[in-house]
Design a protein around this ligand. Sequence first.
Ligand code: S3P
Length: 175
Amino acid sequence: MNHQTAFLIGFMGSGKTSLGKRAANQLGWEFVDLDHWIEAKVGKTVPVIFEEMGESAFRDMEREALEALSEPAQTPRLISCGGGTPCYGDNMALINRLGTSVYLRQRLGILTQRLTQQRAGRPMLSAVPADELPTFIRELLTKREPYYLQAHHVLSDEELTVAGIVGALQGRSLS
Ligand code: S3P
């Protein structure tokens, strides 16, 4: 049987993994973090993949991961994407074809505050000088939002909770 698949998308630091794990737990769904899935498959961490193989190799791996995860699953699953996943090639169209997408639309100020403190392990940010980080984040978010906003559900402000995600996913019936 082809079970339900859902995707959490959004900028780095928007809470995809932390809220996603708890939402999946509440729904009784499997939780898959796309970065961790790639790391397990390749046997290297995301920062090492960026450093040794380059960003474009990582983007190819993200696409392959999405395609692999499009195989019918045994149980429903919630897949937390990397911040850049929907923004390359036709990944966003693929995501929307494969399941229900939910954009965690976190405010720029919160993202900037979080990412200033949590830059380690994020290769997109590690080379950016601290004083340029707010501008870099604002500009990258502006470029990425048109992709994120194609999601089936856009959650912001008080909807950015485990209950908000669960509600969005339960409100939309698939297959
Ligand atoms: C990236 C976000 C990261 C990870 C990689 C690239 C990006 O995931 O996929 O470092 O391009 O925004 P998180 O959004 O989980 O930090």
